[in-house]
Design a binder for this molecule. Structure first.
Ligand SMILES: Cc1cc2nc3c(=O)[nH]c(=O)nc-3n(C[C@H](O)[C@H](O)[C@H](O)COP(=O)(O)O)c2cc1C
Length: 208
């Protein structure tokens, strides 16, 4: 019988309550809880700072049969503290042959494809450590499109609780390139004005 113990690992320095990662992961955890899962959550950046907390985190990973790692994309990869914790898990082969892992990854750019390398990294990790890879929800520009992701997370929670494969995880509303350029230009002009350099946007200080 499938166990029902889910651990959410939040891999954003902004923490569990303030980050997009924490909010998305929390939503999935709530959906699992409503369907009889025991749940726990940890902020990765907080636990890796202390050896005692790291040991506690490794014990929590060993307790769980489902690990949901929710994190932001950093330079096409994971934030460093997430890598540090997952290296410890791999060294000790915590949960090998038993744990399932689902990734929720989201990035600042609007295209979800930006997350492809990080998804591949997580899948390799799962294969090497002997975890079952359940796939990943990869989202682009979530800070702009928060609402639609929540519906997908509820569906994933329902499928996992019923022992079914997760539904199509590629939930993303693509923003047309022209719209992104207009929005980006407005944002950079506003920032330049705020910092008193509105007239120097085309400056090339290192060109000469
Ligand atoms: C150091 C750093 C690196 C980042 N690298 C990328 C990147 O490679 N691609 C991208 O699309 N967004 C990148 N972002 C944007 C974040 O992924 C995005 O803002 C995310 O929504 C933050 O989620 P959080 O609130 O859970 O921390 C980066 C942000 C930071 C601070």
């Amino acid at each position: 019988m499938t166990e029902k113990k889910a651990l959410l690992l939040v891999g954003s320095p902004r923490g569990i309550e303030q980050s997009t990662s924490g909010r998305l992961g929390g939503r999935l955890l709530d959906a699992l809880k409503e369907r009889g899962f025991e749940t726990d959550k940890l902020h990765v950046h907080a636990v890796v700072r202390s050896p005692t907390e790291t040991e506690r985190a490794l014990a929590a990973v060993a307790w769980a049969d489902l690990v949901v790692l929710s994190l932001p994309l950093y330079v096409d990869s994971f934030p460093a503290p997430v890598i540090a914790l997952f290296e410890r898990i791999a060294e000790q082969r915590v949960g090998a042959g038993r744990t399932r892992i689902l990734l929720i990854i989201q990035c600042g750019f609007p295209e979800s494809e930006q997350n492809a390398t990080a998804l591949a990294i997580a899948e390799c990790f799962a294969a090497e450590v002997g975890w079952r890879w359940l796939g990943g929800l990869a989202l682009g520009g979530v800070e702009t499109y928060g609402g639609s992701a929540h519906e997908v997370l509820d569906l994933i929670g329902k499928a996992l609780a019923e022992g079914r494969p997760a539904p199509d995880l590629a939930a993303n509303k693509a923003m047309p390139a022209w719209l992104y350029r207009i929005g980006g230009n407005i944002m950079w002009r506003r920032e330049a004005k705020k910092n008193g350099v509105a007239r120097r946007l085309r400056a090339k200080p290192y060109a000469d």
